[in-house]
Design a binder for this molecule. Structure first.
Ligand SMILES: Cc1cc2nc3c(=O)[nH]c(=O)nc-3n(C[C@H](O)[C@H](O)[C@H](O)COP(=O)(O)OP(=O)(O)OC[C@H]3O[C@@H](n4cnc5c(N)ncnc54)[C@H](O)[C@@H]3O)c2cc1C
Length: 608
């Protein structure tokens, strides 16, 4: 009942928000606002909330709808897996842009579904909810790259804290023998429950994770305290963007929940930004928008902020005349500013996995036993416990052991030496099911009655770079997404090393004590480097961390798109605030940094 009341209250707030009166104009009608934010996603909702809370009239233009209404299953943590597989079959057009990559040579020319939220909340509405921060040196590298010391760890810490309300794990829930540590002081104790994104822990620690943690420790990856205090090496349970009251996803639209207190905020959903409008002096003047087939114009008295994500932000800049000259001219787009970096320099993380049959209950049981699934859904609804609250949060981080690094070529060793020492090369994630090629995780489970578990390995210091280009001059068409995964020699060598290291971890006494058969995937017949690389290429998929496609940097850097206050080079009154503006992709899961950046730039806008 409490769950229903909470869901209802949240939906009511969202409805109030959607009905809120704009200062001038309404969705679908021309109007004037102080600020227009393109994209009601992870970053855009922070910016919209903060500027309107300060008394400015703000319009958020969001192409998608409200996921809590369009696909309420996404509020349940485990359900993210149903809509994010590499197969196009998993695309849910109600909440997802439906991006399919170009053929990827690094993935044996497969074309993969790349999940991206098209809904209020953006990709925070369909992600795995893991919350951790990069390392101190990561942000030092960021500060150096953009020549702005305000990105040093101590300076950005207040912005990391600003968005969240933290609740420690509930000792009465989950497995009692799980040792879990956290650092509550890394979050502000002043943030209210309402109007803040919730950080806590799922009320479910998988049995496999407890064994994997032992396996990590046995393999030289020691227990650490937390992943939010500026260091990552070691193993621990990660916090999650989850509401402890009802174990629902806490996405960025939660910040808009206090709509009735913010009469200056207008949110137009199912509204596609078509292009940014400029005057002759290259001041951004407004945005051309389409809703229900009608095209209308919102004018910005102060600024336009693009927060459309790593794929769509560069697209919107390019169709508006800001980008690589040759590409714009080939599509008859008048060039306002020749910025060659728009859409280039895409960073991403990729993963692959090894699976074993195990002697503990995993999600395989959930996916293959319908009566067990029904039982667990009821359990979730009544007591907010069990595997439906699952977020894969037992993590391990390391620089590969010396014996592995000794095998790297001189070029790879040199490229890796460009990353700071506290920036891990590898992330390992417990995944309580068979992963395979993550084509369709629910349907892809073996139906042989056994339980499966996997260790996922991710490259978190990648050197391959992808790009976003256009096929037309219209945002009606999706941009062309070419992540270029595993194309650098360094990434190939690191991927091979991570694969072998995972086998070593599986060989630990702790994990061998729960396996009930030999390696199931990719299988014990995969032994030579050539076979291993082929297995990796057949199964590799994104961790969905696309970023840096409008990278931050000084004007002298020819590939920089925005300055350190996220202002687009060469024009006025236009910023890009989202993962595309990162100059580099911190190790691990990026929403913490997206939220930090959105808070930091909002503060800069308000201070001017
Ligand atoms: C499946 C998945 C799992 C992930 N797991 C994690 C995780 O566990 N932890 C973590 O930290 N990160 C995770 N991530 C990554 C993280 O969610 C993203 O990096 C982050 O949400 C990106 O935020 P953003 O603001 O840049 O873009 P988004 O949140 O994607 O927001 C962009 C918004 O702009 C809107 N938009 C785009 N174009 C237009 C247009 N033309 N007009 C109007 N609106 C438009 C979109 O609909 C969207 O709402 C995951 C991502 C996915 C997809």
């Amino acid at each position: 009942m409490l769950l229903l009341v909470t869901v209802f209250a949240h939906l009511l707030l969202l409805l109030l928000l959607l009905l809120a009166s704009p200062v001038s104009g309404a969705c679908g009608e021309d109007g004037v606002y102080d600020y227009i934010v393109i994209g009601g996603g992870t970053a855009g909702n922070v910016v919209g909330a903060r500027l309107s809370q300060a008394g400015h009239s703000v319009l958020i233009v969001e192409a998608g709808g409200v996921y809590e209404l369009d696909n309420a299953n996404l509020t349940i943590p485990l359900m993210f897996g149903a809509v994010t597989g590499g197969s196009p079959d998993t695309i849910d057009p109600r909440v997802d842009w439906g991006v399919i990559t170009t053929p990827q040579p690094g993935a044996n020319n497969r074309q993969l579904h790349y999940a991206r939220g098209k809904t209020l909340g953006g990709s925070s509405a369909m992600n795995a909810m893991l919350y951790q921060r990069g390392t101190k040196s990561t942000y030092h590298a960021w500060a150096e790259a953009v020549q702005d010391p305000s990105y040093e760890w101590d300076e950005i810490l207040p912005f990391f804290e600003r968005t969240f309300h933290f609740t420690p794990p509930n000792p009465d829930k989950g497995l009692q023998n799980t040792s879990i540590h956290w650092n509550a002081s890394a979050f502000s104790s002043e943030n209210p429950v309402e109007g803040s994104i919730q950080i806590s822990y799922p009320n479910f620690r998988s049995p496999f994770s407890t064994w994997l943690k032992l396996g990590f420790e046995e393999s030289g990856i020691p227990e650490t305290n937390d992943f939010v205090s500026g260091s990552l090496m070691g193993t621990q349970y990660s916090a999650a963007e989850i509401s402890p009251l009802d174990e629902r996803r806490s996405s960025s639209d939660f910040l808009l929940g206090l709509a009735e207190e913010e009469p200056f905020l207008t949110v137009c959903t199912r509204s596609l930004a078509r292009r940014i409008l400029f005057d002759d002096q290259l001041n951004a003047q407004g945005v051309e928008i389409e809703k229900d087939g009608k095209v209308w114009t919102a004018s910005a008295a102060k600024e336009v902020i693009v927060s459309a994500g790593a794929f769509n932000s560069p697209q919107i800049l390019m169709v508006s005349g800001i980008g690589p000259r040759d590409q714009l001219e080939s599509l008859d787009i008048p060039v306002l500013v020749d910025l060659p970096g728009v859409g280039q320099n895409m960073w991403d993380h990729v993963f692959f996995a090894q699976s074993y049959p195990v002697a503990v209950d995993t999600l395989t049981k959930l996916y293959t036993d319908t009566s067990y699934m029904t039982e667990q859904i009821l359990r979730y609804q009544t007591s907010h416990e069990g595997p439906m609250t699952y977020a894969p949060n037992c993590l391990g981080w390391e620089n590969l052991p010396v014996s592995y690094q000794a095998e790297f070529s001189a070029q790879t060793q040199e490229e890796l030496s460009n990353f700071p020492d506290d920036w891990p090369q590898a992330e390992y994630i417990a995944f309580d099911a068979h992963v395979g090629n993550y084509s369709n995780p629910a349907e892809g489970q073996p139906k042989d009655g056994r339980q499966y578990a996997s260790i996922v390995g991710a490259l978190v210091a990648p050197t391959s770079r992808g790009n976003i280009t256009l096929i037309s001059n219209s945002t009606d068409d999706l941009p062309v997404v070419n992540p270029n995964w595993l194309t650098s020699q360094t990434d190939i060598e690191v991927a091979l090393a991570i694969f072998k290291r995972i086998r070593e971890i599986w060989a630990s006494d702790a994990l061998q004590s729960i396996t009930t058969g030999p390696e199931y995937y990719p299988g014990t017949n995969v032994t030579t480097d050539e076979e291993i690389l082929d297995a990796i290429r057949n199964s590799v998929i994104t961790v969905w961390h696309a970023s840096c496609t409008c990278k931050m940097g000084p004007r002298e850097d020819p590939m920089a798109v925005v300055d350190s206050e996220a202002r687009v080079h060469g024009v006025q009154r236009l910023r890009v605030v989202d993962a595309s503006a990162f100059p580099l992709l911190p190790p691990g899961h990026p929403t913490s940094t997206v939220y930090m950046l959105a808070e930091k730039i909002s503060a800069a806008i308000l201070a001017q």
